[in-house]
Design a protein around this ligand. Structure first.
Ligand code: TRP
Ligand code: SF4
Length: 400
């Protein structure tokens, strides 16, 4: 159950663009072959900021899933689902809310930040304050180890760790814990049991973090343990509580600053994007009309790539040889701007072609898409229900 698992979500609030592709989706595609991955549409999170315009979300959900598939996210490898179709997230969110101090939520940097930035929206709401706790529930309900996120989301994962720690502290108590843990050690088999005991001592007496990691790995591999015993042994390493909700780690997505059509970072709010599935004619037009170094008024005026947004796209898409050709040609007025833009156009169209092809399959037959998500939701629900059974029991809610 503590199998290494990756979880991440994305809010459906509009078209995905090449910034999402380079920044997030390429990373997901890489991860899906390395770990069991759960990727979901965070429609409830979208509602925290778009509660007045839910139609935006409704229109974005399926489009976004097609974008994921277009980018190469593979439903045979990763589990894809929609948050609101797994209502267990809401139950865990509610239960976690009982013991979560308000201060933890108010102090998350994105909270005040977003209220400031999105001035046109009233975000003085209960739902928006709860945003990071809902995210914690998303993560903890799958007992995910790794959470690929951008830098802005790291504080949310940090808070998730605190929420998990507090949960285990409050509800991982058990009468006779120590005896039960010692019994469970025996079940590891003599060789593993000895190693576990040694590593535990190394961590508890000498603070050896490496030993702690090794012990966790050892438990990870031990197939013979029941779920409850495994929780005890994870907890026994560090203290006297069961670890019901393990602490996740942020897997920082290296910041890729994908430039937009105006040289600023590509972002919907700047209106400088190229969509993942933008039609080729539109891509060609967008790049052709991109601003260039203002010094190049006439074809014969020399320019400087450092002052040109097109150059930033060359930095993403062109090889050393092409970049040299641009530098030289621009500074000597040896090439025209349209000529200079052509390799960028070619590269983007080349990148998009397989994406357009993959998407077509789902556009032609939307039932394929629905069944991928239905399967993913079933799989996710199974895991989530298992966690909730234990959570309810730990919180004294298992009356039946
Ligand atoms: N808050 C995330 C974002 O805006 C989306 C999200 C919701 C998420 N739940 C999550 C990301 C759980 C990772 C894990 O990008
Ligand atoms: Fe920009 Fe290229 Fe024109 Fe130079 S030649 S200004 S780099 S588009």
């Amino acid at each position: 159950m503590f199998a290494e698992r990756v979880l991440s979500g994305m809010r459906p609030t509009g078209n995905l663009h090449l910034g999402h592709y380079h920044g997030v989706l390429k990373n997901w595609v890489r991860l899906q072959s390395e770990y069991p991955c759960f990727f979901f549409v965070a429609d409830w999170h979208a509602l925290t900021t778009h509660y007045e315009t839910p139609d935006v979300i409704e229109q974005s959900v399926w489009h976004m899933v097609i974008d994921w598939l277009a980018a190469g996210v593979d439903p045979n490898q990763a589990t894809l689902f929609i948050q609101s179709k797994v209502p267990e997230h809401a139950e865990l969110f509610l239960l976690l809310s009982m013991g979560t101090p308000l201060g933890w939520l108010e102090r998350v940097p994105t909270y005040k930040d977003q209220i400031e930035k999105l001035k046109e929206k009233d975000l003085q709401t209960y739902g928006f304050l709860g945003y990071p706790l809902l995210q914690a529930a998303d993560i903890l309900i799958y007992r995910a180890q790794h959470v690929p996120v951008g830098e802005d989301q790291v504080p949310h994962v940090e808070m998730t760790r605190e929420v998990a720690r507090r949960f285990n502290y409050l509800y991982g108590r058990e009468p006779g814990f120590e005896e039960k843990a010692l019994e469970a050690v025996k079940k590891l088999g003599s060789k593993r049991a000895k190693m576990y005991a040694e590593l535990r001592v190394a961590f508890q007496e000498r603070g050896d973090e490496e030993a702690l990691e090794q012990a966790k790995a050892l438990l990870q591999e031990a197939q013979s343990l029941s779920m409850a015993d495994r929780e005890r042994l994870f907890g026994f390493l560090e203290g006297s509580r069961k670890i019901i909700l393990p602490e996740p780690q942020a897997l920082l997505t290296s910041a890729s600053r994908m430039p937009g059509l105006d040289g600023q970072k590509m972002s919907k709010s700047y209106g400088n994007t190229i969509s993942i599935r933008q039609q080729p004619e539109e891509v060609i037009k967008s790049i052709r009309t991109m601003p260039t170094d203002p010094a190049r008024v006439r074809r014969t005026d020399a320019g400087d790539p450092a002052r040109c947004p097109v150059w930033q796209l060359h930095a993403v898409y062109s090889n050393a040889e092409t970049k040299q050709w641009v530098e030289k040609g621009c500074k000597s007025a040896g090439i025209g701007c349209l000529e200079c833009k052509q390799p960028v156009i070619d590269a983007i169209l080349l990148e998009q072609q397989p994406m357009l092809e993959r998407a077509q399959k789902y556009l032609d037959d939307p039932s394929l898409l629905r069944s991928i998500i239905a399967d993913g939701c079933d799989k996710a629900r199974k895991v989530a229900q298992e966690t909730m059974r234990e959570v309810r029991e730990a919180m004294g809610l298992a009356y039946d």
